[in-house]
Write a protein that binds this ligand. Structure first.
Ligand SMILES: NC(=O)c1ccc[n+]([C@@H]2O[C@H](COP(=O)([O-])OP(=O)(O)OC[C@H]3O[C@@H](n4cnc5c(N)ncnc54)[C@H](OP(=O)(O)O)[C@@H]3O)[C@@H](O)[C@H]2O)c1
Length: 253
């Protein structure tokens, strides 16, 4: 077995959305450690600057661009800034996303439903639209979508979130077939419960109580998911990692 090079992503450029927190932040650090130049997008620019500082402090190359993924022009700007400063985008990590635990009856949190659809579906499409033709022209690229176990199975209290991740799964399955001939890979990462700040954003206490989150079980850490991303993007040209499902051992999928 040949050893993995120390910097397997040296010379590559990766854009990571939602890099200000949780899985996205850890993925940015991990890809940078593997030698990629990384461009980070999210709304909270001060948090992105902290990640850039950490990467630069370790000798890596990083850039922060304030981006709301629901705004197509801002996502186009993210990619343009990445290409200007770092070079053509080899890897896009579509990570920005959020989930609210909401009931589908009684109190209808329709604004939360809209937000999940806007960020988790339209945000992903805005980023793919911004990179895909460039990747086709260069005959090379890798799109990694942060999906979820919820993209494979419906969970009560997470119907709309599940719907958004099913969208990501269906879209990716078709996209993969369209772009494989252009040398582009599409990977979906499907985590179960990961200990991130995103776990605390739901405000519908009734839904949380009713459906809950795993109790008394050690959750996965963001770094575990980042390592799965690294695995997917460092395989040889001949190998496409289409999906990686990561679940809690106590809650087998
Ligand atoms: N944690 C889990 O258990 C779990 C399980 C399966 C899948 N996932 C998926 O993993 C991804 C990351 O979640 P996480 O757990 O790491 O949560 P997190 O810590 O809350 O991070 C979410 C990230 O998304 C960004 N984001 C949200 N709305 C955005 C917008 N409109 N524009 C740009 N960025 C936006 C946030 O940045 P700003 O607020 O700064 O914009 C933040 O960086 C999501 O797609 C989520 O669905 C998580």
């Amino acid at each position: 077995m040949s050893a993995l090079p120390a910097s397997p992503l040296s010379g590559q450029v990766a854009v990571i959305t939602g890099a200000s927190s949780g899985i996205g932040r850890e993925t940015a650090l991990t890809l940078a450690r593997a030698g990629a130049a990384v461009c980070l997008g999210a709304r909270r620019i001060h948090l992105l600057h902290e990640v850039v500082k950490e990467i630069e402090g370790k000798g890596g190359k990083a850039l922060a661009v304030q981006t709301d993924v629901t705004k197509r022009n801002e996502v186009k700007n993210l990619i343009a800034r990445a290409e200007e400063a770092l070079g053509p985008v080899d890897i896009l990590i579509n990570n920005a996303g959020l989930w609210y635990c909401t009931t589908m009856t009684g109190k209808l949190d329709e604004d939360d439903w809209d937000t999940m659809i806007d960020v988790n579906c339209k945000g992903v499409m805005n980023a793919i639209g911004a990179v895909i033709n460039g990747m086709v022209a260069r005959k090379k690229g890798h799109i990694v979508n942060m999906s979820s176990e919820c993209g494979r199975k419906g969970f009560p209290g997470l119907a709309v979130y599940s719907g958004t991740k099913f969208f990501v799964e269906g879209m990716s399955a078709a996209l993969r077939l369209e772009v494989a001939k252009h040398g582009i890979k599409v990977t979906n990462i499907q985590p179960g419960d990961v200990d991130t700040p995103g776990h605390a954003i739901s405000h519908d206490k009734e839904a949380i109580e009713k459906f809950g989150a795993p109790k008394g079980i050690e959750l996965m850490q963001a770094v575990d998911i980042a390592e799965a991303v690294l695995y997917a993007v460092t395989q040889p040209k001949r190998t496409a990692v289409n999906e990686v499902l990561l679940s809690l051992p106590e809650m087998p999928f």
